[in-house]
Design a protein around this ligand. Structure first.
Ligand code: ATP
Ligand code: MG
Length: 399
């Protein structure tokens, strides 16, 4: 079996080999090449120390991304290659971090400390695939299975419980029975793991195409990861998710959470510790999920939420069964029409501004309030978006 590695990956491996170091493409990229899917990124594992890697790539840009874990990033031919020294993790004392990281010259040891069999394969452009832990066999069976004893591996790093769900969702694979049972049993250990790591895997698990069966098998794991999630909101969340295409992490998370209600919704989103933008967007979608807007309000909603969010909202409302297909198509058509009409979606786009109103004798809060009223009227089609018409209307108001 041979694969066309990207040229920079090939060059990096050859340069390392020439200096006497072992080097392989490893992990997710080998798994994806074997599946016939283009890898997201290419990780390289090497027998040499990070200092030796630096020496090999002297003259290139080399960044110490995770030097304590043995990872350096080399910028080569337009690619950022993560090159990591073979590792054998020391004992895990706290359920999330190895107490020590030991570099090793043994590929076997490095592959053994990886999470799931399908992620343990290495590939060398000349010698081919190294598959020491039945990765290819499980790949054929479409199975996520711990490397070694699930009890030990999921205890060492509880995040792997959630990573198993994420990979099942991403790859549309099943989880091996023994691994699955152990995940259920050890789920409470997720509280040992940082919120950021939990969120990254959970958001991804939700966004990927196999989310419904993968999450659906592990509600208890999700509740352990999101302690504020009300179990009563679970079924409707999964159902909404099942009606949406994969990919949009914000929309998919909103679908899962849309029935949580306050304050569970806010607490759950806070606990994910994501960017303000992500939090606000999901929150807005969930709060509006059960309130279909009137088609006549489309431009107002567009001004309030923006195009991307309003399209998401329509999709979410359809997925949640609040709008039927016809109603949702009608609203999407209205969105297109409102955009084509070039309406003033922000106050700044109006043909009058605060100065005009002040010149007409308005002062204080009245200025902002009146601008807002004008904006709403224009968006609802009750006032033309025309300076003379607006001034005439204002003059009539003053009388
Ligand atoms: P993707 O293509 O989605 O990025 P990936 O397999 O590359 O999938 P990463 O999370 O990027 O997934 O991890 C890279 C590799 O590092 C994995 O394939 C696995 O071998 C190893 N790995 C990552 N996290 C862990 C962990 N918590 N425990 C053990 N091995 C891990
Ligand atoms: Mg990866």
């Amino acid at each position: 079996m041979s694969f066309d590695l990207p040229v920079p990956v090939l060059l990096a491996i050859m340069r390392l080999n020439k200096r006497g170091h072992e080097a392989y493409a490893v992990g997710g990229c080998v798994r994806d090449l074997l599946r016939g899917v283009p890898p997201n990124d290419y990780d390289i594992c090497v027998s040499c120390t990070p200092q030796e890697t630096h020496a090999v790539f002297a003259g290139e840009r080399v960044i110490d991304t995770g030097i304590q874990h043995g990872t350096v990033t080399v910028l080569l031919g337009g690619m950022a290659l993560e090159i990591t020294t073979f590792r054998a993790d020391g004992e895990y004392l706290d359920g999330r971090h190895p107490a020590s990281v030991r570099f090793t010259r043994s590929l076997r040891e490095d592959l053994r400390r990886r999470d799931f069999t399908v992620n343990t394969m290495a590939y060398h452009p000349v010698t081919g695939i190294v598959d020491l832990y039945e990765g290819e066999k499980d790949l054929k069976k479409r199975l996520i299975r711990c490397v070694g004893d699930p009890e030990q591996r999921l205890t060492e790093d509880a995040l792997r419980i959630l990573r198993a769900v994420r990979f099942a969702s991403q790859l549309n694979f099943d989880i091996d029975g023994d691994t699955a049972r152990t995940m259920h049993r050890l789920r409470d250990r997720l509280h040992l793991v940082s919120r950021e790591r939990i969120a990254a895997e959970l958001i991804r698990a939700t966004a990927e195409s196999g989310a419904v069966p993968a999450l659906g098998e592990f509600p208890d794991v999700v509740f352990a990861a999101l302690p504020d999630f009300p179990p009563l909101a679970w079924i409707s969340g999964l159902k909404a998710l099942s009606h949406l295409p994969a990919g949009d992490a914000t929309l998919r998370m909103a679908a899962l959470l849309h029935d949580c209600g306050e304050p569970a919704l806010q607490n759950t989103l806070d606990s994910l510790k994501q960017s303000r933008a992500f939090r606000e967007e999901v929150l807005t979608l969930c709060r509006q999920a059960r309130q279909p807007f009137a088609p006549d309000e489309t431009a107002v909603m567009l001004a309030m939420l923006g195009e991307v969010q309003l399209r998401r909202l329509v999709r979410l409302q359809q997925a949640a069964g609040v709008l039927d297909e016809k109603e949702s198509a009608q609203r999407l058509a209205r969105i297109r029409a409102a955009l084509a009409a070039d309406l003033p979606l922000s106050l700044r786009d109006l043909p009058v501004n605060g100065k005009d109103l002040t010149a007409m004798g308005l002062a204080g809060e009245k200025v902002g309030d009146t601008l807002h009223t004008i904006h709403q009227m224009v968006l609802r089609g009750r006032l033309p978006c025309d300076r003379a018409a607006i001034i005439a209307w204002l003059t009539r108001q003053k009388k």
